[in-house]
Design a protein around this ligand. Structure first.
Ligand SMILES: Cc1ncc(COP(=O)(O)O)c(C=O)c1O
Length: 376
């Protein structure tokens, strides 16, 4: 049988098409137009952030964070080994050395108990990833960062709308980054944002996003011409993308309730099967409100996962595994990564499987996936 249930399928949720038409009928298609501003204001209000800057991707927002932190060659950055390459590439581009930390077996988040012993006089930052939109232990990580004078950057690609002890993910670090890639809860195809929590970083971040110029000050009438004042690049998305994004943001309530419903049905629908096969379901620790970004399972071994994926494919259900251990990648090994350095990460790379999840997934499709898992 060919795959009839895809892993993901981006879905129009509201007025995206009207808003794109509105931009295309206007004389302003480039960045920083009315929809860019609406999205930024929406996100600033949502996060209570000092400033939010839309970017072309989460990767670009991470690159901006490394520039804002003034990361220099030889600086060390602590990073979970189970994450997307962009979380660390952004810092490698500035000459930093990655220091890979293993993840926790329950949440698949950076293991806060392993952080402190990896800190050296060269350590500048801790990058945390809230895997599947479930919070890292920000209380302990915040205390470690404070004790050692380190910046925390939250790669919050998965965690928009999630909370830790009542506080929104993305508001704990000096900065955080968001992704609006088509697999995310809210999407405009490709997109991202830098969420700035320290007022002192705002002006530099605005300059970096505007190719190293003070164009933003010029637009506000604060200088009479704009000029080259710093390094920078082109991190600003077109207003066409922002129009799609705003159409989705307006529907965040509906999107979150649809995704939580799918997540809950998966959780209940495969619970008995998981218990019988020694398969682990996601753990949501006390005090965490997750974002329903993904639903994953952890199988007992790689062979089990391969057979399960093949079985689901034969039933027409597409699934995906996730990150391959960064410390064992070609690049990771160049930085000294060795087999066995991060055993939990290595297990997750072999055993984690993600089930289909998107905003427009129907009741029947969820039912089909659950039945397909149960028939294995
Ligand atoms: C944890 C994490 N960070 C960053 C990214 C990169 O996001 P983007 O595709 O918006 O650059 C991803 C991609 O999914 C991710 O999973």
């Amino acid at each position: 049988m060919s795959t009839s249930i895809p892993f993901n399928s981006p879905t129009l949720m509201g007025r995206e098409l009207d808003y794109v038409r509105e931009v295309l009928a206007s004389a302003k298609w480039c960045g920083d137009g009315p929809f860019t501003q609406r999205c930024e204001q929406w996100l600033e209000k949502h996060f209570g952030a000092k400033r939010v800057l839309l970017t072309t991707s989460c990767t670009d927002a991470l690159e901006m964070s490394a520039l804002v932190l003034d990361i220099q060659p030889g600086d060390e950055v602590l990073i979970p080994s189970f994450t997307f390459v962009s979380s660390i590439n952004a810092f490698i581009l500035r000459g930093a050395r990655p220091v890979f930390i293993d993840v926790r077996a329950d949440t698949v988040n950076i293991d806060e108990r392993l952080i402190e012993k990896k800190i050296t006089p060269r350590t500048k930052a801790i990058v945390v990833v809230h895997y599947a939109g479930v919070a890292c232990d920000m209380q302990k990580i915040g205390a470690i960062a404070q004790r050692h004078g380190l910046a925390v950057v939250e790669d919050n690609a998965h965690g928009l709308f999630a909370k830790y002890q009542g506080q929104r993910l993305g508001t704990f670090g000096r900065m955080s980054t968001l992704s609006f890639h088509e697999t995310k809860n809210i999407t405009c195809g490709e997109g991202g944002a830098l969420v700035i929590n320290d007022e002192r970083d705002i002006e530099r971040a605005e300059i970096l996003r505007e190719k190293g110029t003070n164009r933003r000050r010029f637009m506000r009438g604060q200088v009479d011409k704009y000029t080259w004042v710093d390094v920078g690049s082109s991190f600003l998305p077109a207003d066409i993308n922002a129009a799609v994004l705003y159409g989705q943001l307006e529907k965040f309530d509906k999107i979150q309730s649809l995704r939580h419903e799918i997540w809950r049905r998966y959780s209940a629908g495969v619970a008995d099967w998981c218990a019988r096969h020694d398969v682990k379901q996601p753990t949501i620790p006390e005090g965490c409100e997750h974002s329903a970004h993904m639903y994953y399972l952890v199988t007992p071994n790689l062979e089990f996962r391969s057979r399960l994926m093949a079985h689901l494919k034969a039933q027409g259900v597409a699934t995906a595994f996730h990150y391959q251990s960064l410390h064992l990648s070609d690049m990771g090994r160049r930085y000294g990564g060795r087999d066995g350095d991060c055993p939990v990460t290595e297990k997750m790379s072999d055993c984690l499987i993600r089930l289909p999840m998107w905003n427009g997934m129907s009741h029947e499709q969820v039912h089909t996936v659950i039945a397909a898992v149960n028939s294995f």
